[in-house]
Design a protein around this ligand. Structure first.
Ligand SMILES: Cc1ncc(COP(=O)(O)O)c(C=O)c1O
Length: 391
């Protein structure tokens, strides 16, 4: 490379190569000639031109998640919500209808209830644990169904098999947000999904230091439409976030297995404690969707559980104060355990009656279990619950 007048020095040549993926923050890529650039844009030569249109760190991460999901050509986006938006808006047009699960992530529900209608796309929700309820909510113009396999924070398990069969029979696209279950729990493409979505921010990246999403489509044409939507609307991720997430993803299977094993133990321990009125964990025998969870997920109950304590808001405040070691924070999938209180965070927009209808009371907590030493974690929860009940 010719010497740069502003003193940029060429990247040092090395006969050996780095073991770790280099971080490549360059926004622009210089080509040798207009012919070369032309060939790149025509797709005859592979090469990057401008980071919003794609960059190596996003592609490395996307290929890694593709491998986990059994996907091809997935796209990494700047957040999980960017992936949800791209998955929907890459697939539907004004006049279409989108049907969602009624317990989708709160922002996904807002996207459906507020953003899509403003664009001439109608949206409604139905209960994904009941395929008859989903079928009854279909309209002639329904183009896409969006569900999560395990709902947040009530941990209900969708009838993925039934909904996939229904979508196929009616020629409707099925999009599955697999953030909660992760590809280690289930691979939605193997169960008939057309689009798979992730908030990579969560367990895949795993350290609460990168905000990213991922969307993949089975059909190459749809994939291209979603990609164009992302590039045009600028949903592109930052190279540094992708680099961090790649590093996190390398330990994802280990973190998942550890967190899942601890979650199972924590579910059993909580169920035995005085003052705990409900424990929701998919593979726990008392779970309302236990049989479906067994059929869909096998033993893979994942790292999320919810529980309810007696004593309402006052007991809830005492519990949080008694466990300062556990961050009280409305996120999930971190390397460490976090605790959230849906009534005052994700579901504060609902009326108390609306919350009660889906089982979210003032004593209801959601736990995202991390990789701590299990006995220590269980005794922290036991201590917190004892304090909440003055035991
Ligand atoms: C299931 C699910 N989907 C999507 C999102 C949105 O992801 P992000 O916060 O990365 O935009 C979240 C965030 O919590 C989520 O839990």
């Amino acid at each position: 490379m010719a010497k740069s007048p502003i003193n940029r020095v060429p990247w040092p040549q090395s006969a050996s190569r780095p073991v770790v993926t280099p971080l490549q923050p360059s926004v622009v890529y210089a080509s040798d000639s207009p012919d070369m650039l032309d060939a790149q844009y025509a797709g005859d030569l592979s090469g990057y031109s401008y980071a919003r249109e794609g960059h190596p760190n996003a592609d490395v991460l996307a290929r890694m998640i593709d491998g986990l999901e059994g996907a091809e050509g997935g796209i990494v986006t700047g957040s999980g919500m960017a992936a949800v938006t791209a998955g929907i808006l890459g697939a539907v047009r004004a006049g279409d209808h989108v049907l969602g699960g009624d317990q989708l992530y709160g922002r996904s529900l807002r996207l459906m209830n507020e953003t899509l209608p403003a664009m001439g796309i109608s949206a409604s929700t139905a209960d994904p644990t009941d395929v008859a309820s989903m079928e009854a909510a279909l309209r002639p113009e329904t183009k896409l169904i969006l569900i999560e396999v395990v709902s947040n924070p009530t941990i209900r398990v969708a009838d993925l098999t039934g909904i996939a069969a229904l979508a196929k029979e009616r020629g409707i696209l099925l999009a599955v947000d697999n953030t909660f279950t992760t590809p280690r729990g289930i691979r939605p493409f193997d169960h008939g999904a057309d689009i798979v979505i992730h908030s990579v921010t969560k367990l895949l990246a795993g350290h609460s230091d990168a905000t990213l999403g991922y969307v993949a489509a089975r059909d190459p044409e749809l994939r291209e439409r979603i990609n164009t939507f992302c590039v045009t609307t600028g949903l592109t991720p930052s190279p540094f976030d992708c680099w961090l997430a790649e590093r996190g993803l390398l330990s994802f299977p280990l973190r998942y297995d550890r967190a899942e094993a601890t979650t199972k133990r924590l579910a059993d321990a909580l169920a035995d404690l005085d003052g705990v009125t409900r424990v929701l964990y998919p593979t726990h025998p008392t779970h309302p969707d236990h049989n479906r969870a067994q059929a869909l997920l096998g033993a893979r109950g994942s790292h999320m559980l919810s529980f309810e304590i007696a004593g309402g808001r006052e007991a809830a405040n005492t519990l949080v104060a008694a466990m300062p070691e556990i961050p009280f924070a409305p996120t999930l999938g971190d390397i460490g355990t976090t605790l959230s209180h849906p009534a005052t965070s994700s579901h504060r927009g609902l009326t108390p009656e609306g919350r009660a209808q889906i089982g979210i009371t003032e004593g209801f907590f959601r736990v995202s279990v991390g990789c701590e030493e299990p006995d220590t974690l269980i005794s922290l929860f036991a201590g917190g619950i004892a304090a909440a009940h003055g035991i």
